[in-house]
Design a binder for this molecule. Structure first.
Ligand code: IPM
Ligand code: MG
Length: 366
């Protein structure tokens, strides 16, 4: 067993269930350290509602500095009803949006994999779900989330709200490349999702993606309108391998895709493209169940696996976490979001400990 150099990880638990799921993810990381002889140096930082309460801003400069000095960032979730009426610039969500922007994380990978053991946990029919394994590549630092002009103003005595969907060719080009390169390691198929029948930004999107595709003759490309894609994800999700799409469409489609897997509590994500990767569950802060040991920590734990894989190249360790998750589910344990007849209900903490135990049972063999 080789002791490797220290890996610095900034940990931002955030709001709502963020802290609870992060706690379990850190225990899993500790177990990986023990089993494989790594050294993760974690430092906790504030962002989101917690940062607003403590310091009056959603993304403190200290947090950003810490992230920039790290090798990777783990984030739980931000937001909650307490801060809902805050102005745009002071919403907890600005914490995460600001981080994505400042760290240059333009590529967000959101895998949706249907585990056979959870095939009955989804509201869809098993025969539709069997074998689903898709990856949403969401553009993360452009589009309507960041476009100018934006804001609410008064014109002729009436209030108007404005946001701008804007994509530069270079932004489309680089996210398309991520999609095609990733598809090369998968089923060699990219579906580009847009609204080119209505939006000019989508027309450019479609053209640039098609241009990039020419450099990847071994990967097939089809284009799909976003409304059709929303339907196809339910009607025939097996047709998809890699879906590449804009910031807003990716946000919406990834929540939809999570339901194929049984619960949004299962979906992890990696945000890449800058010096430092950021890893977070797709789910939000779920204030309604916060602090009650009810949240599913699997998405957060699977985000640790994605960090090991993408930021540290620790493929074996990442696979060990994924295997431990599957083996706990196969043993019949479920958090409330996935509970079905015959399963053994557990809370956040027990689910975390079970995954740690299963890692212990099958440690790395070198
Ligand atoms: C997500 C979330 C965020 C987003 C929010 C919290 C800003 O919904 O990561 O999917 O819209 O990107
Ligand atoms: Mg979302």
């Amino acid at each position: 067993m080789e002791t490797q150099r220290v890996k610095r990880v900034t940990v931002i638990p955030g709001d709502g269930i963020g802290g609870e799921v992060m706690e379990q993810a850190l225990l899993v990381m500790k177990q990986i350290e023990l089993c494989y002889g790594h050294c993760f140096q974690t430092q906790t930082a504030l962002a989101g509602g917690g940062a607003l309460d403590a310091l009056g801003i959603p993304l403190p400069p200290d947090t950003l500095d810490l992230c920039k000095q790290s090798h990777a960032v783990l984030l739980g979730a931000v937001g909650g009803p307490k801060w809902e009426d805050y102005p745009s610039e002071l919403k907890p969500e600005k914490g995460i949006l600001g981080l994505r922007e400042a760290l240059g994380l333009f590529a967000n990978l959101r895998p949706a994999l249907v585990y056979p053991i959870l095939i009955n946990a989804s509201s869809l029919k098993p025969e539709v779900l069997r074998g689903v394994n898709l990856l949403i590549v969401r553009e993360l630092t452009g589009g309507i989330y960041f476009g100018q002009p934006r804001g609410i103003s008064k014109t002729n005595g009436e209030e108007i709200g404005i946001n701008t969907e804007i994509y530069r060719a270079s932004e489309i080009d680089r996210i398309a490349r991520v999609a095609f390169e990733t598809a090369r390691k998968r089923q060699h198929k990219v579906t580009s999702v847009d609204k080119a029948n209505v939006l000019e930004s989508s027309q450019l999107w479609r053209r640039v993606v098609a241009d990039v595709a020419e450099e990847f003759p071994d990967v097939s490309l089809n284009h799909m309108y976003v409304d059709n894609c929303a339907m196809q994800l339910i009607a025939n999700p097996r047709q998809f391998d890699v879906i590449v799409t804009s910031n807003l469409f990716g946000d919406i489609l990834s929540d939809e895709a999570s339901m194929l897997t049984g619960s949004i509590g299962m979906l992890a994500s990696a945000s890449l493209g800058g010096q430092v990767g950021l890893f977070e569950p797709v789910h939000g802060s779920a204030p309604d169940i916060a602090g009650q040991d009810l949240a599913n920590p699997i998405a957060m734990i699977a985000s640790v696996a994605m960090m090991l894989q993408y930021s540290f190249g620790l493929h074996e360790e990442a696979e060990a976490i994924e295997r431990a998750i599957i083996s706990v589910l196969e043993t019949g344990y479920r958090t409330p979001d996935l509970l079905e007849g015959g399963a053994h209900g557990v809370g956040t903490r027990e689910m975390g400990s079970l995954i740690v135990q299963h890692l212990e049972l099958a440690p790395g063999d070198d």
